[in-house]
Design a binder for this molecule. Structure first.
Ligand code: ADP
Ligand code: ASP
Ligand code: MG
Length: 412
């Protein structure tokens, strides 16, 4: 029988009523003749609570124990979903990541999926089971320890299963009815897109639009998974949501397709480091070993053989970054006069494949921000995106102003 993957995010399984509502949707697909793999997230708020407990006990936690704790929310919803389906007389069974097994590498808290042998679940389907409910977000390392795939990782679990089982489609059910031109919570003018190109979705996701985890988009693109985002909350909805697909001709006409933001960013400046070959490696090597995701980097002009180096990273990694840099200083690998952290910044980005062929997008973006009196602290560009770092208090204003400037309310 054809296989369908249906993923339900935190708000879609937030309580027993929501789980029942989601189960009904699964029942409809089973009745159509699909074997369904359901991927569930933890109930909304649960993972944040678990992360909070870990942080409180141990700010620089052992990532193996972090994973042991934060993966547990999904175990509850997987069992509850299987029970709900059984109550509806749909033959269903739950699976934790290790039982599948969903094999990952050992990069705890940000593990990469290496393999999903489909045999165990296929055997159960052959025996008459109709729904495999799989706990999203979690896997097992080569050492036999539980891993997690990074925040929002259930999306990636879903796409990886769709690829492993050659599913007809991977439907991501969430609390909005598709991918919008920007976060509908920030701008009432945001418009739902019927289709979005993989590449644009990849940029939007990696720049903060959390509707899909970046890695899930990468996998869908690589394995050609038919990926759809739609709402589980809207019972009457016959909306087809948003299809994430290969680039189509008309898409290039949209210069900018979306505005993304990332609220919890920080900017760190190493004041007066020696400007010599190898200095960047000496700074960013230890940061990478400490698991800090460095994003934007700028090196100032040099004066008398010394320069300032500025970079940005997620705010919750600042402590790790400080520790790594102080360690490198003590060991003599680097020398700096001061380390200045600005934890009140946010990143706002404009994304669009049309940028490849049209110029003037950066100029328009900078002018729009300047008209609003917003100072730009760092700029980064790529072929299809422009990002700026600004004071966090202006983030919403910047998103709305850019959405207006690029006339995104006219897209559909
Ligand atoms: P889930 O719990 O279902 O995985 P998430 O909270 O991870 O849901 O992702 C859905 C949220 O992503 C939406 O509620 C919305 O606030 C946010 N979001 C950010 N950018 C966008 C966008 N461009 N389009 C749609 N949603 C977006
Ligand atoms: N529950 C996890 C999180 O909140 C994974 C997910 O929902 O995708 O990050
Ligand atoms: Mg999510």
């Amino acid at each position: 029988m054809p296989v369908l993957v249906m993923k339900f995010g935190g708000t879609s399984v937030a309580n027993l009523d929501r789980i029942k509502r989601a189960a009904k949707r699964v029942g409809v697909e089973v009745a159509k003749g699909y074997d369904v793999i359901v991927i569930v997230s933890a109930m909304s708020g649960k993972t944040n609570e678990l992360v909070g407990w870990v942080d409180e006990i141990s700010p620089l936690f052992d990532a193996r124990e972090y994973d042991a704790v934060v993966s547990s929310g999904e175990n509850i919803t997987a069992g509850l979903m299987a029970l709900t389906l059984q109550e509806m007389d749909v033959p269903a069974r739950s699976w934790q990541g290790w039982q599948v097994p969903l094999k990952t590498n050992s990069a705890h808290s940000a593990a990469r999926i290496e393999d999903i042998p489909p045999d165990n679940i296929r055997t159960k389907f052959a025996e008459g089971m109709r729904v495999a409910v799989v706990a999203g977000f979690q896997g097992i390392s080569p050492e036999g320890r539980i891993t997690t795939l990074g925040r929002g990782g259930s999306d990636t679990t879903a796409v990886a299963f769709a690829a492993a089982f050659d599913a007809e489609r991977c439907d991501i059910y969430t609390d909005v009815d598709g991918v919008y031109t920007t976060d509908p919570r920030i701008s009432a003018k945001a418009r739902k897109l019927d289709k979005i190109a993989f590449e644009e979705m990849l940029e939007l996701a990696s720049l903060g639009a959390k509707v899909l985890q970046t890695r899930s988009v990468e996998l869908a693109m690589r394995y050609n998974v038919k990926l759809r985002v739609l709402s589980s909350l809207n019972e009457q909805s016959d909306s087809a949501g948003t299809l994430v697909c290969d680039e189509e001709e008309n898409m290039e006409s949209r210069v900018v397709s979306g505005i993304a933001y990332s609220r919890e960013e920080s900017k760190m400046t190493l004041v007066s480091v020696a400007d010599r070959p190898g200095i960047a490696a000496a700074i960013f090597g230890p940061l990478s070993e400490a698991g800090v995701n460095v994003d934007m980097i700028i090196q100032n002009i040099s004066e008398e053989g010394r320069t300032d180096m500025t970079f940005s990273c997620p705010t919750n990694q600042v402590q790790r970054a400080e520790k790594a840099l102080e360690g490198a200083k003590q060991s003599g690998a680097i020398n700096y006069h001061d380390l200045i952290t600005d934890s009140d910044v946010a990143k706002v980005s404009a994304v669009g494949i049309g940028m490849r062929s049209q110029s003037g997008v950066a100029a328009k973006m900078f002018k729009t921000l300047s008209d609003e009196g917003i100072n730009i602290k760092v700029i980064a560009t790529s072929e299809i995106k422009i990002s700026v770092l600004i004071d966090r208090k202006y983030m919403e204003l910047a998103v709305q102003a850019l959405h207006d400037a690029f006339e995104l309310e006219k897209l559909a």
